[in-house]
Design a protein around this ligand. Structure first.
Ligand code: IMP
Length: 197
C-alpha cells in the first residue's frame, strides 16, 4: 500500500530554512510554508524565551489555520555577556538593524574580553496530532576577534564552533548544517517523525 505522507506547516517564509527542512524531512512529512497556506500574518515574537517564541508561532498556525505545525527560534548566547544577545539576537543593535550592525556591537562589547565562549541554540516547537513537543539543538563555540569569511548569514562571520579553526562563514553550507544548532534540532525532528506512527 502506498504510504500517505502527511502535511505539516513550517511557520517560516525563509527560503533557505524551508529548503533545509524539506531535505531533512523528505519522505516523512510534506513541509508547507506560510505562503503555501496563504498566511501573510506578521506573527508576533513577543516572548522572552526561545521556547516561548517558537510556541507562539506554532500555536498561531494551528489555531488560525488548523494545520499541524512546527516553528523555530534561535539565539546566540555569549557567556561574558550574561547570555546576551540570546532571544534578542536578531535585533541586538536595534529594531531595524542589519547583521553587520549586530556584529559590530557584539565585537565592541567583547573588546578585551578573554572569555569568548558562546553557543547557538535553536528551539523547535512542534504541534502534532493534538500534542505539543519542544526540541533543542545546540552548538558550542567562541566569538572571533573580527569578521572571518563571507558565506552564511547573521553572526556566522564571528562564530567559530568548537573543534574548528574556521568560522561558520568560512564553511560550506553542508559542513555548517552537519554541526549547527538548527541542523541538530532538525535532525531531532526527523528522528521524531521516523519513529512516530
Ligand atoms: P531566527 O530565530 O532563526 O530568526 O534567528 C534569530 C537571529 O539569530 C537571526 O536574525 C540571526 O541574527 C541569528 N542566527 C540564527 N541562526 C543563525 C546562524 O545559523 N548563524 C548566524 N546567526 C544566526
Amino acid at each position: 500500500m502506498e504510504k500517505i505522507i502527511p502535511d505539516i506547516v513550517f511557520a517560516t517564509n525563509n527560503a533557505h530554512k524551508l529548503e533545509e527542512a524539506r531535505a531533512i524531512l523528505k519522505g516523512s512529512v510534506n513541509v508547507l510554508s506560510l505562503a503555501d497556506i496563504n498566511c501573510d500574518d506578521d506573527i508576533p515574537e513577543t516572548a522572552d524565551t526561545l521556547e516561548g517564541n517558537a510556541l507562539i508561532k506554532a500555536r498561531w498556525v494551528k489555531e488560525k489555520y488548523g494545520y499541524d505545525c512546527f516553528a523555530d527560534d534561535t539565539g546566540l548566547m555569549v557567556d561574558a555577556l550574561n547570555s546576551a544577545p540570546g532571544v534578542y539576537s536578531a535585533r541586538f543593535a536595534g529594531d531595524h538593524c542589519s547583521p553587520a550592525d549586530n556584529i559590530a556591537l557584539l565585537l565592541q562589547k567583547m573588546e578585551g574580553e578573554h572569555d569568548r565562549s558562546a553557543r547557538f541554540c535553536t528551539v523547535v516547537a512542534l504541534i502534532w496530532k493534538g500534542r505539543e513537543y519542544l526540541m533543542e539543538g545546540e552548538v558550542k563555540g567562541r566569538i572571533a576577534e573580527g569578521n572571518c569569511g563571507d558565506s552564511g548569514f547573521g553572526y556566522d562571520p564571528v562564530f567559530i564552533p568548537e573543534n574548528s579553526s574556521l568560522s561558520f562563514a568560512e564553511m560550506s553550507p553542508e559542513a555548517k548544517n552537519s554541526i549547527s544548532h538548527r541542523g541538530r534540532a532538525m535532525a531531532k525532528l526527523a528522528r521524531f517523525f521516523d519513529s512516530a506512527e
